[in-house]
Design a protein around this ligand. Sequence first.
Ligand code: BGC
Length: 720
Amino acid sequence: MDIQALLAKMTLQEKVGQLVQLNASFFRKNNEAAITGPAAKLNITPADVANAGSTLTFIGAAAMRSIQENATEKNPHHIPLLFMQDVIHGYRTIYPIPLGLGCSFDPDMVYELARMTAKESAVSGVHVTFSPMADMVRDARWGRVMESTGEDKEVNCRMVDAFVRGYQGDDLKGKYDIAACVKHFAAYGAPEGGRDYNAVEMSERGLRQTYLPAYKAAVDAGARMVMASFNTIGGVPSTGNKELLTDILRGEWGFDGLVISDYDAYREMIVHGAYENEKEAAFAAFDAGCDIEMVSAHFYVYVQQLLDEGRVTMEQIDEAVLRVLKLKDDLGLFENPYRSANEEEEARLHLCAEHRDMVRRAAEQSSVLLKNDGVLPFAKSAKKIAVVGPFADEHGILGEWVCAGRDEDSVTVLQGIRALLPDADIVCEKGCSWDIFETDLSGIDAAVAAAKDADAVVLCLGEHQQYSGEGNSRADLGLPAAQIALARAVLATNPNTAIVLFNGRPLVLTELADTAPAILEMWQPGTEGGSAAANLLFGEANPSGKLTMSFPWCVGQVPIAYDRQNTGRPVPNAKAFPVTRYTSRYIDAPVDPLFPFGHGLSYTTYEYGPMAISADTLTADGAITVSVDVTNTGDRAGRETVQLYIRDHVADVVRPIKELKDFAKIALDPGETKTVTFTVKEDMLRFWKRDMSFGSEVGTFDVMVGPDSERLQKLRFTLV
Ligand code: BGC
């Protein structure tokens, strides 16, 4: 399509309509009477709706086709709508929440999952997914930590890169490719107090060196869209932040795709107190670099005035509109507005055996064995098995943002164990509700009775999916009192108990880490969660996930991350308290988290040989290698994530005590040894210097290798 020629034929309102995104309900057939009210709320008429360029919140190929038919018929130039959707961890076949995927340390798997999801989404009519979320997260009180791959920028960069390449395939050329919209630009994951939508206060250095890299990784991977975040940074709402949306994004990073606001964020800038009225908000957002406004039409309504006042130019408007038309063209919508939407393919692909198998493996790879005194894996010969707790037979284990996913599609733990061990005597008792406000303990006796003489007790606890995700910040990170009471009673009855957790954020597990023989963190594992849990509990699969977000010892520690600074008064022992006064301590808690970044156990054991370094000096254009032999010393095959950290001892701004710089996930058979070799180069040592440029400084560095962020061997090298 000659989009320039098309643009030349469009009126101002037709053009700017392309920058408006409306809910799908506006475009439903025979809905004309029903849109008058909602349109009036946006200060537009039903006739204006026909100019709109994109939509969100629709489900399925049939709905898409009907909406598209109606919209293209009404649009004066028959321009098709772009269909966008939050496809975050699967479309219909759901895999673990992104925080779980982070723990897999397996970007190749994430790439494959994103490919699969693009396919399921494309056949349902999705053109753009509002994913990946590249927000760095360090405060488990924030409900949206579930949408991030964690607290580390290296992991996040690799994961968002995998997501974007997986969704977009060969730059949208394939029938099943969809465009990626990275979000929420920027630093949405650092709200004060962990409260959603709250203000962010951050130095430019912190932003540049810690928070921005993952968004940049998504842009570098070719993400076609960027979503501005709701929050303010230093008092400036991102939606109106020209430095972010234009200077950094387009100027420094060379992004030439589309920028969209978050939901109703133009209006929210008025509520923030940043702009007086809709016209000023519209100008600020457009001037800052927003192209599309999500579910509002402020710019559409005020554009003529802004043009008349000379505050915006036709050239700027044309540029933004062309960006929308280009994406439509690249997706092939002018040739076929329905693109890949196809009900038969939906029926064939959604929840198909191949996809179910993929998401089960993803759930196995994403779960983290936090503790094991040896009770796991349970013997498959167990005769009587008690599956107890509020998540024992709970289908709500998909996690927030599941698009077309349905709870009833999911396999519960009980169902998973029944399928794996059809001959076992399996009893199930809920014990208590998962509702955090429910105090009824009357079911505990029955759960205890079920657990009493069981050979294996699977105690399924956690935080229901409805308590994490957007708008679900929590001030308490513990398990609810009823679940704690249940756990105490069951653990006292039968020591052959493993706790299986379903939750969307790190929880405070300090008591259970002490009293439970084993804890398996499943996160919200998706459609095949129960099958994966059964395989892991009974040794059909070997846990290999490692935490990408620290589990705090108590809620007062958050925000917390492993890459802290030393301070001028480090505590002598970060694991103990009370420690010496006048150190950077807590009186009543240790400095270290309960379970650190990178932690995760296996049913086998790995032995690390002495690490070696190829040279003790590194030049600016050279490379040194760091290697270590890792041996599987147990009797099961497994996968181990070997981690490489670096510390810069002295620099003109203080550097963290360690930073993950590389990792490798290797498969090892029993008795097998593999040498893992990492390459260290100067660019891995760069930081945001005092003069506000990225660079490294000569000097000495520790390089550390190990199975998690604490058990590390270390050697030294000098950058010359
Ligand atoms: C969320 C975004 C999401 C959008 C559209 C907003 O409330 O913050 O992450 O993409 O809604 O559903």
